[in-house]
Design a protein around this ligand. Structure first.
Ligand code: SF4
Length: 372
């Protein structure tokens, strides 16, 4: 017997209701699940063993993200500067995510320190660039997932910035699964992933919470220090969607499986946002669940005074030798993005998304119920 809420949902989808009205409600049976079992609980022991052995192999020769460092992470570090143990900054129930992710009890966030990207506007600079945090083995990490589930009663385990610690994350999920983990796993990524790492995650991750930041290689080279970002993100997002499909919910309004794309609108980059929306609609799915975000704020290197050294004598060279701060010349770095976005820029991206055929957005509900 369906619950009153599900009966209400099904009634909303009765054939007599015009299609446009149905869509405004964001409710559709293909995206509503009766129940959900996380994918890692459906792995055979043989598949789990294969994943373990692949994870260790990647650690011995890490080409796991597009940086392709080829280092043995038991001995040294590559561009991400993280070795064979994950460095973790914060582990806690988190209430800053989309309503369908955080729910009423919070999302079990695990913020990884370090990153394989170098975004000059990083909104988590102290965690991603300065690598503050504690080292945890995969087993200790997995035990924290269990604590989040048992003590925090969270709706999911939300691994934030996992791209550079995929082997450690895979091992931690397998460890926790054996000890009673039963909530979905969220892979919360910049989308600067390799197909090899997504293959390792296949069967372990339920929800891909994936950013698509900018479109033009010249922009990503300047702002993310990765000129192949958009090409990589396109392939990664297609691979994620192939694994888990469009975002689906149980009747309580909590997302359980699928892809949720986030696009942070950047100042003056609304045309790139529009290209991203067209790509999602034409090459991923018009049913893609999209969060067009407007909370960009200048951070990290943006808006800082440019520093320039004018060395004309031995006396002026001396502070440099002693590694003292350079003289500031008053110019501001990345001044073109040293502001918040305007509502017009956000609207332009949203309109482009609608024109492209997307319709599932992370908006406050226009009805009594959840935004699903
Ligand atoms: S995960 Fe780190 S070490 Fe491995 S390829 Fe990427 S940046 Fe290099």
């Amino acid at each position: 017997m369906a619950s009153p809420f599900i009966r209400h949902c099904l009634l909303q989808r009765a054939p007599s209701i015009p299609r446009a009205a149905q869509r405004r409600l964001h409710l559709a049976p293909p995206f509503l699940l009766d129940d959900y079992t996380p994918r890692y609980l459906r792995l055979t022991s043989r598949d789990a063993a294969k994943k373990r052995s692949k994870a260790y192999a990647h650690l011995r020769n890490c080409n796991l993200c597009p940086r392709q460092c080829g280092v043995n992470r038991h001995e040294t570090t590559g561009m991400c500067l993280i070795g064979d143990t994950a460095k973790v900054n914060v582990i806690a129930p988190h209430f800053g995510e989309e309503p369908c992710i955080q729910g009423h009890n919070g999302s079990g966030a695990v913020f990884m320190s370090g990153c394989n990207m170098r975004c000059i506007f990083c909104q988590n600079y102290d965690i991603a660039h300065q690598r503050n945090g504690m080292d945890l083995t995969p087993e200790a990490l997995g035990d924290w997932y269990l604590k989040l589930q048992e003590v925090g009663n969270v709706h999911n385990i939300n691994i934030v910035t996992p791209e550079h610690v995929v082997p450690q994350v895979a091992l931690s999920i397998l460890h926790a699964a054996e000890r009673g983990l039963r909530v979905p796993i969220i892979y919360n990524t910049s989308s600067y992933d390799s197909l090899a790492s997504l293959e390792l995650m296949d069967g372990l991750v339920d929800i891909y919470l994936a950013d698509f930041k900018v479109w033009e290689p010249s922009t990503s080279k300047r702002l993310l220090k990765a000129d192949d970002y958009a090409a990589t993100a396109r392939e990664s997002i297609k691979a994620m969607h192939k694994q888990v499909g469009d975002l689906c919910f149980t009747g309580d309004g909590i997302a359980k499986v699928g892809v949720l794309i986030r696009h942070l609108v950047m100042p003056g980059k609304e045309a790139e946002g529009a290209e991203i929306m067209k790509f999602l609609a034409s090459e991923v799915s018009t049913d893609c669940f999209v969060n067009i975000m407007e909370q960009y704020h200048p951070d990290a290197h943006v808006g800082k005074k440019r520093r320039r050294r004018r060395v004309s004598s031995v006396a002026e060279e001396e502070p440099r030798r002693r590694n003292e701060p350079a003289e500031e010349d008053g110019e501001v770095r990345y001044s073109d993005i040293n502001r918040a976005v305007t509502s017009e820029e956000v609207s332009l991206v949203r309109e482009a998304a609608v024109r492209a055929g997307l319709w599932r957005f992370c908006d406050p509900p226009k009805h009594d119920g959840f935004a699903i």
